[in-house]
Design a protein around this ligand. Structure first.
Ligand code: PMP
Ligand code: GLU
Length: 403
């Protein structure tokens, strides 16, 4: 009763918004841990590595130099220049600092771009499974999410005909992450080219290309969709420091986009958060201009862990999975457990299974529903080899109890 009354005080906008499932599960794992239960947290997608020392040193220097004031909304000039140079060096993209908007994480960059592009009722085509916040941010912007469903059988890649069929008069944005959170799928150069050709053939469609896992890529070199003919004018490239440089807590992300869109995001951000932390920005300059070896070393460790978890997952009866080509998640199909029981609880869906694994195996995962795919759960492999071995052993024991 009390809760209903309180909900009525809130806006329809916030009442319609779902809590972030990744953050929600991480919270549950922390609660169990605070009760003294030894939980392996595979629900939260963040590198378990320390930020490289040369990046920390740049931040310490920024503080000692007194670099503690507000910055320009879109970022300090040396960081925007470092981003321009990075986009040239790694992605063969020619941008100018005026194309770049630095934000408090890629999450804010995505929110900025959607709020600046999407009108009430506009359709946003999202390659599914997709990262949890996409559909909710589209909703917040007043748009309608249209899901392009991929499946395990096609490595979670909806085909080009599905894209063509999904486009309507109201389509404004197409969005995806590659490497993908939650599936680890990476679009090939040819697949991106096909998408680009469809986009260019339509006058008013834009792409939001989330490239935050660019460096955590185990196969073909990363390709940005913005690099194809006619696409720079149609793409908001989203990237950031959280994953490749182990800098989740620094809150640093960016967008590269046509000037009209960058200016709009600058205006929006100027009313909402201003620029991100001056200290983080100095650290970001060191990250992008500095030695990339620590980044490559982390990717090597992620690859080793991917292979470790893959072997252990394949050893669990009833689990089906793809082999992630990037990022640090597995997204196995767990539907063969639906309808089974350990004699106490009946597993109806992926949420039940995720809760069962948390309570029984003390491993936190995230239900696939939050990623637009209800037969799956997501496990992060951004944890130590020991923690992963322990987690997968416990998951197997728990799942074998389900009959
Ligand atoms: N995009 C994807 C696909 C992600 O997994 C994340 C991580 N939460 C983000 C964007 C946002 O990252 P951040 O805000 O930490 O830069
Ligand atoms: N990208 C991470 C995840 O998917 C971090 C949590 C979040 O920001 O949602 O778990």
């Amino acid at each position: 009763m009390e809760i209903t009354t309180e909900i009525k005080k809130l806006s329809d906008r916030i009442n319609a918004l779902e809590e972030s499932a990744t953050i929600g599960m991480a919270k549950k794992a922390r609660e169990l841990a605070s009760q003294g239960i030894d939980v392996v947290n595979l629900s939260f997608g963040e590198p378990d590595f320390q930020t490289p020392q040369h990046i920390k040193d740049a931040a310490i220097k920024a503080i000692q130099d007194g670099f503690t004031f507000y910055t320009p909304v879109s970022g300090i000039p040396d960081l925007r220049t470092a981003i321009v140079n990075k986009l040239k060096r790694d992605n063969q993209l020619d941008y100018k600092p005026e194309n770049i908007v630095v934000s408090t994480g890629a999450k804010q960059s995505i929110a900025n771009a959607l709020l600046c592009l999407v009108n009430e009722g506009d359709e946003v085509i999202i390659y599914a499974p997709y990262w949890v916040s996409y559909s909710e941010l589209v909703k917040l912007a007043g748009g309608k999410a249209v899901l392009l469903e991929g499946s395990l059988e096609n490595d979670f890649k909806a085909n080009i005909q599905q894209l063509k069929d999904a486009i309507t008069e109201r389509t404004k944005v197409i969005m995806f992450s590659s490497p993908c959170n939650p599936t680890g799928t990476v679009f090939s150069k040819n697949e991106l080219k096909e998408i680009a050709e469809v986009v260019v053939a339509h006058e008013n469609i834009y792409v939001l290309a989330d490239e935050i896992y660019e460096f955590i890529n185990f196969g073909e070199p990363h390709v940005s969709i913005a690099s194809f003919e006619g696409m720079k004018e149609r793409t908001a490239v989203i990237n950031g420091m959280s994953k490749g440089f182990a800098m989740t807590g620094w809150r640093l992300g960016y967008m590269a986009a046509p000037v009209w869109l960058a200016n709009a995001c600058d205006k929006l951000q100027g009313q909402v958060t201003s620029g991100t932390s001056s200290i983080s920005q100095k650290a970001g300059v060191a990250a992008l201009n500095g030695d990339l070896q620590p980044t490559y070393d982390m990717t090597k460790a992620f690859l080793r862990r991917r292979d470790l978890v893959y072997k252990m997952l394949l050893d669990i009866p009833g689990i089906k999975t793809n082999l992630p080509k990037g990022a640090f998640y597995f997204f196995p199909d767990v539907s063969s457990y639906f309808g089974k029981t350990d004699g106490k609880v009946v597993i109806k869906d992926a949420m039940d299974l995720s809760m069962y694994i948390l309570n029984e195996a003390h491993v936190s995962t995230v239900t696939g529903e939050a990623f637009g795919a209800s037969d799956y759960i997501r496990l992060s492999f951004a944890a130590s080899d020991e923690a992963l071995t322990k987690a997968l052993t416990s998951i197997k024991t728990a799942l074998l109890k389900l009959k």
